[in-house]
Write a protein that binds this ligand. Structure first.
Ligand SMILES: Cc1cc2nc3c(=O)[nH]c(=O)nc-3n(C[C@H](O)[C@H](O)[C@H](O)COP(=O)(O)O)c2cc1C
Length: 183
C-alpha cells in the first residue's frame, strides 16, 4: 500500500475526482429533470453533523425571474451558458451548533452535500462549478427563502461546450498539506 499512487490505491474514486472540474462554458443542451433529480439524490448520502441534513436544493432550470436573479447576483457572462442551476441552501435553524462554542456547522454540512452532487454529475459526464461569490440576499429573495435558510452556493450544471478549455489542476503537494502528529 505504501508505494501505491492514489490512482493505483483507489482508481475509481481518483478518476472520478480528477474528472470533476470547474466548468465555465456549457453547451446549453438541456439537462432533464430525471438527471437533475438523480444528481441531487447524491446529496442524501452525504454525512452531516448529528445527521441533521440541514439543506434544501432549489433547481432553476427554466427561463424566468429566478434564473434572471441568479444572472444578476453573479454578474459574469459565462454563467448564461448554463442550462440549469442548483442553489444549495443551508438551514441555520436545523443545523448542529457545537455546544462548547456555538459554532454553526451549516456551511460544513452543505459543502459536503454539494460536493457529492458535483461528483455525481461528473460521473454522468456533466460538469458543474461552485459559485459562492454571488449576492446572497438577491438570490434568497428571488427564491423566496425563509429567514433561516441561506443560499450557500450556486451550482451551474450542464454539458461542457465543445470548445471548452478544461482548467489545469493546480494543487499543493501532499508534502505541503500532510503533517503527522502535530502542525
Ligand atoms: C467554496 C467555493 C467557492 C467557489 N466560488 C467560486 C466562484 O464564485 N466563482 C468561480 O468561478 N469559481 C468558484 N469556485 C471554484 C474554484 O475556483 C475551483 O474549485 C478551484 O480553482 C479549483 O479548480 P477545479 O474546481 O477546476 O478543480 C469556488 C470553489 C469553492 C470550493
Amino acid at each position: 500500500m505504501s508505494n501505491n499512487t492514489p490512482i493505483e490505491a483507489y482508481p475509481h474514486f481518483y478518476k472520478l475526482s480528477a474528472a470533476r472540474y470547474s466548468c465555465r462554458n456549457y453547451n446549453r443542451e438541456p439537462v432533464g429533470r430525471d438527471v437533475l433529480t438523480a444528481v441531487v439524490d447524491a446529496a442524501r448520502l452525504a454525512p452531516s453533523a448529528c445527521n441533521r441534513q440541514p439543506w434544501v436544493f432549489v433547481v432553476v432550470d427554466e427561463e424566468g425571474p429566478a434564473r434572471d436573479a441568479i444572472m444578476k447576483a453573479y454578474d459574469r457572462e459565462w454563467i448564461a451558458s448554463a442550462p440549469a442551476f442548483i442553489v444549495a441552501c443551508g438551514n441555520h435553524a436545523e443545523a448542529w451548533h457545537r455546544p462548547a462554542d456555538g459554532k454553526d456547522h451549516t456551511d460544513v454540512d452543505v459543502a459536503i452535500a454539494v460536493e457529492h452532487i458535483c461528483l455525481a454529475a461528473a460521473s454522468l459526464g456533466l460538469q458543474t462549478c461552485w459559485i459562492c461569490n454571488f449576492n446572497a440576499p438577491m438570490v434568497a429573495e428571488a427564491l423566496n427563502l425563509p429567514e433561516e435558510m441561506e443560499p450557500v452556493a450556486v451550482i451551474p450544471i450542464g454539458h461542457p461546450a465543445e470548445n471548452n478549455i478544461v482548467p489545469e489542476k493546480k494543487r499543493k503537494t501532499t508534502d505541503d498539506i500532510l503533517r503527522w502528529g502535530s502542525f
